[in-house]
Design a protein around this ligand. Structure first.
Ligand code: LAN
Length: 675
């Protein structure tokens, strides 16, 4: 199981030419652990700033404005500070905090600042306006931007391609039925279709008319809206509309112009039923930030002072985060389960875990108490997979289980089990294993929340323009690797339990992973930047399935990494790796990339190499006096183009990699061993 530790030391502690001693590593780890422990929340979890995408905060502000939901003055000031902090020198706002020049987010952020009462004469707004005008104005904003503007009466519904409610009335066996979509895409277009169906918009008052004059380079009344349904600025055109999408839009427009009233009514009822279901099963948190605001608006437009609108605003508050750079809307209601599962595994990888027992007990209880215990009711009717035994990304109240969160939750729970007085009941661990098995796709891989339901060609109908790969829940390297690691752990923990099924699942998963490896030895990651992340999962997945360091696939993966090591010993991968789908160097080494690469080297049996030593040295050197690592570039990503910040990655991944390194090199006398 535990592959290839390649240490050949007998004398310890050792010292290298460069002065890494076991004392130095121990001190680094202890300081890092002290810092990590100090950051633990009262509920036992870790969580952090989950900002980055620049369309979320303005959508929240628009929602509050539409519903006349007050934002306290202090919070408004923090939101304004955030947008100013993220504004690029050319005046624009990027799709994400580190990007530049996106019409969608520049226009929405402009509008948000105005709605937050920043005057049009403000110099930052003047710069933003200039960029918007010079780049063609709001008619070129990506479709979600136009949709949000339409809700505010800053864009005309005639200028939107139809978002047909009737799609939900199609037979659900059809590949274009919404149930075949990736759940995040499905849950965004569901309330959008409802709001589109009712042409929801606030009346244009003086403030709105003023904003129209400011953002449009042409007179608002002169715009021929229908001609601009497909207009999109170059900057917003990562995924330009295909001919297939164009044809589908034409057909839908024909239908929209003469749709039967009764059918529309029936479709709207169907949508509302699905919207309410999502509200109930997530306790109004909703699967993500976008349907959180859109479902809120559905309730507001239906019944402004109703209970559903009121509850929606209460839970929306969870998404707002007071960050070091201002207040933002997070990409999820929290990162708690995910962060806690990794924090635990990093602590356990060090030789000092027993000194942090109270921390581990609290973390364990968070993990135990946030496992999902039930399937949602009527899951077939609402196109939901089983949930029982799974772990979510954030918490049990949110409730949508995710394949790799289940895997990491399981790994953490099993690793903690021997130390805990009240561990996760064995039957619930078995439920997690059953659920993981049920999530495996026909191609052998694992997707994110559900089985892969739609065909790949659905991507040709992706209407978002700014995002890639949103239509289908594909099998991913990361999810597959995490599930393989969990299943191989399950095999040890429960000998004989579902033995044949687990063995077969691991074999098929391993085959999928091997197929994903590129000719250059790398694995492409999808949920963080990018090839260092994917390769970290690739190597850990293959070795969990039984591959040794001498396996050619592992060797090739490590050669890929070694060829990209910087002279300072680190790795730095730029976020454009994700959109360009090739390794792009960051100008500076990044500690998170470095930690993934070092961890891969050690796991693949090359922990005693010069490359590993230099990487470890850099991680040690870059640690702050207080045990933290400095904040560097954002490394999380989704849908190829949008960066999202994982505030704790630099902490637990650095600790974890150094701990693995220390073990492999027998730098520190080891009291016990965790597989
Ligand atoms: C997330 C957050 C968690 C993340 C991991 C578990 C880390 C990953 O391994 C699998 C994918 C997943 C579940 C994921 C997918 C995309 C999400 C949901 C997000 C990055 C958080 C926000 C993002 C969501 C899609 C944002 C809304 C935008 C849309 C295009 C719908």
């Amino acid at each position: 199981m535990n592959p290839t530790t390649d240490a050949s030391s007998n004398a310890r502690p050792r010292r290298t030419r460069h002065g890494v001693t076991s004392e130095v590593i121990s001190r680094t780890l202890r300081r890092g652990l002290d810092k990590l422990a100090a950051l633990q929340e009262a509920d036992g979890s870790w969580k952090g700033d989950y900002g980055g995408p620049m369309f979320l905060l303005p959508m929240y502000v628009a929602t509050c404005h539409i519903a006349r939901h007050p934002i306290p003055a202090a919070r408004r000031a923090e939101m304004i500070r955030y947008v100013r902090n993220v504004q690029q020198p050319d005046g624009s706002i990027g799709l994400h905090a580190e990007g530049d020049g996106c019409m969608f987010t520049s226009v929405l952020c402009y509008v948000a600042l105005r709605l937050l009462d920043v005057p049009a004469t403000d110099p930052d707004l003047a710069r933003m306006r200039r960029w918007i005008h010079e780049n063609g104005g709001p008619l070129g904003a990506a479709s979600w931007g136009k949709f949000t503007l339409a809700l505010l009466s800053l864009y005309d519904y005639e200028g939107l391609n139809p978002i047909l409610p009737e799609l939900w009335l199609l037979p659900d066996a059809l590949p274009v039925h919404p149930s075949k979509l990736w759940c995040h895409c499905r849950q965004v277009y569901l309330p959008m279709a409802y709001l589109y169906g009712m042409r929801a918009a606030i009346p244009a008052d003086e403030q709105i008319r003023a904003i129209r004059r400011e953002i449009y380079p042409q007179p608002y009344e002169s715009i021929e809206w229908r001609r601009h349904r497909d207009t999109v600025a170059r900057a917003d055109s990562y995924n330009p509309p295909t001919k297939v999408l164009w044809a589908a839009n034409q057909a839908m427009a024909l239908y929209e112009d003469r749709h039967p009233r009764a059918t529309r009514r029936r479709a709207m009822e169907e949508l509302l039923d699905h919207i309410r279901f999502e509200d109930q099963v997530t306790n109004y948190i909703r699967i993500g930030p976008v349907n959180a605001v859109l479902n809120t608006l559905v309730h507001h437009f239906r019944e402004p002072d109703g209970e559903e609108a009121r509850r929606s605003f209460v839970t929306l508050d969870q998404y707002i985060w007071d960050g070091h750079d201002g207040a933002k809307m997070n990409g999820y209601n929290s990162t708690a389960l995910w962060d806690t599962a990794f924090a635990v595994q990093s602590i356990l990888a060090t030789p000092f875990a027993d000194d942090y027992l109270p921390t581990l007990v609290r973390a364990h209880d968070y993990i135990r108490d946030n496992q999902v215990l039930e399937d949602v009711p009527h899951k077939e009717r609402y196109f939901r997979h089983a949930s029982k035994g799974g772990w979510p990304f954030s918490d049990r109240l949110h409730g949508w289980p995710i394949t790799d969160c289940t895997a990491e939750g399981f790994k953490a729970a099993v690793a903690l089990e021997p130390k805990m007085a009240r561990p996760v009941p064995e039957e619930l661990l078995r439920d997690a294993v059953r659920l993981l098995l049920s999530f495996q796709n026909a191609d052998g891989g694992w997707a994110t929340y559900e089985l892969k339901r739609g065909p790949d060609w659905l991507e040709l109908l992706n209407p978002s323009q700014v995002f890639g790969a949103i239509m289908v829940d594909y099998s991913y390297v990361e999810c597959t690797s995490a599930c393989l690691q969990a299943l191989s752990r399950a095999r040890l923990r429960f000998p004989g339990f579902l033995e044949a099924e687990i063995a077969r699942a691991i074999r098929r998963g391993e085959t999928f992973l091997r197929q994903q490896q590129r000719a250059d030895g790398s694995f492409e990651g999808s949920w963080a930047v990018c090839f260092t992340y994917g390769t970290w999962f690739g190597v850990h997945g293959l070795t969990a399935a039984g591959a040794k360091g001498t396996d050619p696939a592992v060797e090739r993966a490590l050669s890929f990494l070694k060829a990209r090591q910087n002279t300072d010993g680190g790795w730095g991968e730029h976020h454009s790796s994700c959109s360009e789908r090739r390794y792009v160097k960051h100008p500076e080494s990044q500690m998170v990339n470095t930690a993934w690469a070092l961890s891969s080297l050690v796991r693949g049996g090359q922990g005693a190499t010069e490359e590993a030593r230099r990487a470890a040295e850099l991680l040690i050197e870059r640690q702050d006096r207080d045990g933290d690592w400095p904040r560097e570039s954002i490394v999380g990503v989704f849908n190829k183009t949008a960066l999202i910040n994982y505030e704790n990655y630099r902490r637990y991944f650095s600790i974890w990699a150094l701990a693995q390194y220390a073990r492999a090199g027998r730098w520190i006398p080891l009291p016990h061993h965790n597989p």
